[in-house]
Design a protein around this ligand. Structure first.
Ligand code: ADP
Ligand code: MG
Length: 580
């Protein structure tokens, strides 16, 4: 007799699978627990993360608490105090409403919960072991709730296998907490990762203060406040000035009635407001809460509640774009437009930190002698192998180098060409950690403190050696600040903060990712230390650049894929002038 192949899953398996849809990674558990605390009216929430959230997640709040009966019920699926009838779905104002989160967490972890109603004197405690809530027992504790989650995904190895490194998971948890801070600026938050305090928000001072604690104080000072109401939509929050733009969209945090959403249309509205003010591939810093009548949005669209449906999305798009644009427009855009580029003749003086009397500061040019004849780690043929034979004819507009090649003329984008050389050098310094460090560092007599925000400070952990090979000497200095004692030679200090944010951008892990990461670090360092489009160059500097190019393998493009060199062969010139 053939065995039936269809079987009803044992409850434990079914629940673990269902839980996996709600609790995908430690950050999802943190999100649910923090939202429960906020739903309970907490004024103070503290979160502890250990071992990337696999070891421990503890969320403690001073909210409404639960009685021992409620505590025992809370871990049952579809147990919720927030929804009674279908009609309630239309006007949900709490974060949770499905009554699934605690049950889902308890299905994939060992949980200890302690809670006390403020009016009572004793707290109760229950432990959920292997999905079975134990009896409630009295304990001493302050008013509010503490939920402790240990050994997350102990029974779902597949889920566990998909997790990234503890550092990356902790960073994702921190991102969730940061968003809660921004969504509830009136609540005090504290977050610790492996015992170290990484975030503290006072709960006083509204969204600007909250954004400051999340984004770092430096940027906090430059944040532009937004508070506009029109057409029954209020938009409150902060925008970063154009020069604080980031290399990705991670710093565009949008909320609808305090709930974080990932709404393409609204992100596009914010980006649209910055159109023309940011270089390609740069994204604004924006923390905005779009407030409207709860009946105008449907929050029950996506299971992880990341998207909402507006009754009329275009109205919201317009409101966001207009609010942003009016604020940015009022913030002296003329001063900001060219932040990425130097207008010829207006050299910023960001080199005063160099040793007195030093007039050579361009790494690729001065240090070319450090390079061997071929760089390691690349077998791409060098299309510019004879560049050291080229004759420099002149510089146009402080941007383009005109050179005579063996049989024609070439034009170089000086920044892109230099970037290509530096990129190859930094990359070769990073690829093989046994090889000699090729990227020279510039020590700073007075270390600089740079405000980068807690996410970047956290991301430094474990990366110090890699970054040292790129020329940085960095150490955490408090929760949101880095102490920088050396930078890659030639780095412009005015761009240091931006550079640090780029190289500390937390990414995924795994070998493919670490490869991408090295490329990204190399590209960032190259970009921020290469001679600028707009800087005058001496004949000696150009000669060194040409020599470096001849020793750098690869094609004619810079790390961003733009051409660095345009060549016109003798044949092309003759044809163009009608001589042939
Ligand atoms: P939901 O939030 O969707 O209602 P949860 O599983 O997250 O579902 O929580 C179940 C119930 O447990 C909540 O409705 C609430 O009554 C109670 N609860 C959970 N966390 C807390 C907390 N930190 N403080 C007070 N009550 C809580
Ligand atoms: Mg909940």
């Amino acid at each position: 007799m053939a065995a039936s192949r269809i079987r009803v899953l044992p409850t434990a398996v079914a629940e673990a699978i269902a839980a996996g849809e709600v609790i995908e990674r430690p950050a999802s558990a943190v999100k649910e627990l923090v939202e429960n605390a906020l739903d309970a009216g907490a004024r103070r929430v503290s979160v502890e993360i250990e071992g990337g959230g696999i070891g421990l997640i503890r969320v403690v709040d001073d909210g409404a608490g639960m009685s021992s009966e409620e505590l025992s019920l809370a871990f049952r699926r579809y147990a919720t105090s927030k929804l009674v009838e279908i009609a309630d779905l239309a006007r949900i104002s709490t974060f949770g409403f499905r009554g699934e989160a605690l049950a889902s967490i308890a299905a994939v972890a060992q949980v200890t919960a302690i809670s006390r109603l403020p009016a009572t004197t004793a707290a109760s405690k229950i432990e959920v072991v292997d999905r079975e809530p134990g009896p409630a027992s009295p304990v001493g504790a302050g008013p509010g709730t503490s939920i402790e989650v240990r050994t997350l995904f102990y029974n779902t190895p597949a889920r566990r296998a998909f997790l990234r490194s503890p550092r990356a998971e902790a960073a994702a948890c921190l991102r969730v907490i940061s968003e809660a801070v921004l969504g509830s600026p009136e609540v005090a938050f504290e977050a610790r990762v492996d015992g170290r305090r990484v975030l503290a928000a006072s709960g006083r001072g509204g969204l600007i203060e909250a954004a400051r604690s999340v984004l770092g104080r430096d940027l906090g000072g430059g944040l532009l406040a937004v508070d506009r109401s029109a057409d029954r939509i209020t938009i409150v929050g902060v925008l970063g000035p154009p020069q604080s733009a980031r290399p990705n969209r991670n710093s565009i945090v949008l909320m609808v009635n305090g709930r974080r959403v990932h709404q393409r249309a609204l992100v596009a509205a914010v980006e649209g407001a910055y159109r023309g003010l940011l270089p390609v591939g740069r994204y604004p810093v924006a923390v905005l809460d779009v407030r409207c009548d709860a009946a105008e949005v449907d929050v029950n669209v996506h299971p992880t509640k990341r998207e909402v449906r507006f009754q009329d999305e275009s109205r919201f798009f317009e409101a966001v774009q207009r609010a942003c644009w009016e604020v940015i427009k009022g913030a002296a855009p003329t001063r900001l437009v060219l932040a990425q580029e130097t207008v010829p003749g207006t050299q910023p003086t960001d080199q005063q930190w160099l040793p007195a009397g030093s007039n050579v500061w361009r790494p690729g040019l001065v240090e070319a002698g450090l390079l061997g004849d071929q760089l390691p780690g690349s077998d791409a043929p060098n299309l510019l192998a004879d560049a050291d034979q080229w004759r420099f004819l002149g510089q146009g507009h402080n941007r383009y180098l005109v050179v005579q090649t063996r049989s024609g003329i070439a034009l170089l984008d000086q920044h892109a060409a230099h970037e290509k050389v530096l990129y190859a050098r930094v990359l070769s310094s990073l690829v093989d950690d046994r090889a000699e460090v090729l990227q020279p560092a510039q020590g700073l007599l007075d270390p600089i403190l740079v405000e980068v925000g807690s996410e970047a400070v956290l991301a430094l952990d474990g990366e110090e050696l890699l970054l040292r090979r790129a020329g940085f000497d960095l150490a955490a200095f408090g929760e949101t600040t880095l102490r920088c004692s050396a930078v890659p030679l030639g780095t412009r200090l005015s761009e240091l903060r931006e550079l640090l944010l780029e190289v500390l951008e937390p990414g995924d892990d795994g070998s493919a990712e670490s490869d991408r990461r090295r490329h990204r670090i190399a590209a960032s360092v190259a970009c921020h230390s290469a001679v600028r489009f707009g800087d005058p160059m001496s004949a000696e500097e150009v000669a060194l650049l040409l020599r470096d190019l001849s020793r750098t393998s690869g094609g004619i493009t810079c790390p961003h894929g733009r051409p660095a060199v345009l060549t016109l062969s003798e044949g092309q010139l003759l044809a163009a002038f009608g001589r042939r």
